[in-house]
Write a protein that binds this ligand. Structure first.
Ligand code: COA
Length: 260
């Protein structure tokens, strides 16, 4: 597929997706959501891609939300479809068994904050601004913001952000646990790619099982989660990479993982 609103570049096992509508601060219109869905479908089946990075084009914005010119035309039925479509695509990102890292290089508002929340790791530039300003448009978040924000930073803080529509800066987002690390704008992409390549250098079966095990905790009890972890641990011990990783340590050398 030839993309109009996103760029997809694959290098050294990292797929870099750039939302590319800088004149609209990378707002997510329907076509952009369709293109993201297509890109993630192809990445899912591409054995050459180990890690995904998502960022926004330009220096000002990651994603400034859903496209308000499209929102303005919604009625009850089309709004349900709109929300379910975006929520489905973001869920696909969240449940991908490859790590997805958001490099938040400016505004992450509304659907942009929700896109970052659907990623597994969030790194931010010093100028990043996060918020759920839907309340100022007379609506509520529709791409998972009420659910993921409440789970990540607690329901009271999520309510404060969603009820006021206020933006918070990168320091505050870090303090709340919304972002993992902050870098200067100039460093952000390089540092994100370095993190992606560090993860790519590990055994990918272990990476995938770690994601599966950690994500299970939202749906199951601790007792079930511990049993699930034991099963995945046993499975990963059947891989060649397990033998290589443990042997390399004992032989005092760097492991050469083959993802087998
Ligand atoms: N949907 C559609 N267009 C958007 C947009 C969005 N979510 N966010 C920004 N844009 C457009 C603006 O309309 C403007 O387009 P124009 O040049 O054709 O008029 C362009 O992007 C630049 O935005 P502008 O508002 O001029 O930039 P700014 O620096 O003054 O303000 C923001 C930046 C992010 C504070 C402001 O654009 C904003 O509040 N955006 C909406 C955020 C929002 O409510 N998101 C949630 C949607 S559910």
């Amino acid at each position: 597929m030839n993309y109009k609103n996103i760029l997809l570049e694959i290098k050294n096992h990292t797929a870099l997706i750039t939302i590319n509508r800088p004149d609209k601060l990378n707002a997510l219109n329907g076509l952009t959501i369709d293109e993201l869905e297509n890109a993630f479908n192809s990445i899912k089946n591409d054995d050459n891609v180990f890690v995904v990075v998502i960022t926004g084009s330009g220096e000002k914005s990651f994603v400034a939300g859903a496209d308000i010119s499209e929102l303005n035309k919604l009625d009850v039925l089309s709004a349900k479809e709109f929300s379910e479509k975006g929520t489905g695509v973001f869920r696909m990102i969240e449940t991908l068994d490859k790590p997805v890292i958001a490099a938040v290089n400016g505004f992450a508002l509304g659907g942009g904050c929700e896109l970052a929340l659907a990623c597994h790791i969030r790194l931010a530039a010093e100028n990043a601004k996060f918020g759920q300003p839907e309340i100022n448009l007379g609506i509520i978040p529709g791409y998972g913001g009420t659910q993921r924000l409440a789970r990540l930073i607690n329901s009271s803080r999520a309510l404060e952000l969603i009820l006021t529509g206020d933006m918070i800066n990168a320091d505050e987002a870090y303090r709340l646990g919304l972002v993992n690390k902050i870098f200067s704008q100039a460093e952000l992409i390089q540092k994100t790619i370095e993190l992606a390549e560090k993860i790519s250098s590990k055994g990918q079966h272990a990476i995938r099982f770690a994601i599966k095990a950690i994500q299970a905790f939202e749906n199951i009890s601790l007792r079930e989660g511990l049993a699930y972890e034991s099963s995945l641990f046993a499975l990963v011990c059947g891989t060649e990479d397990f033998k290589e990783g443990t042997s390399a340590f004992l032989e005092k050398r760097k492991p050469q993982f083959k993802n087998r």
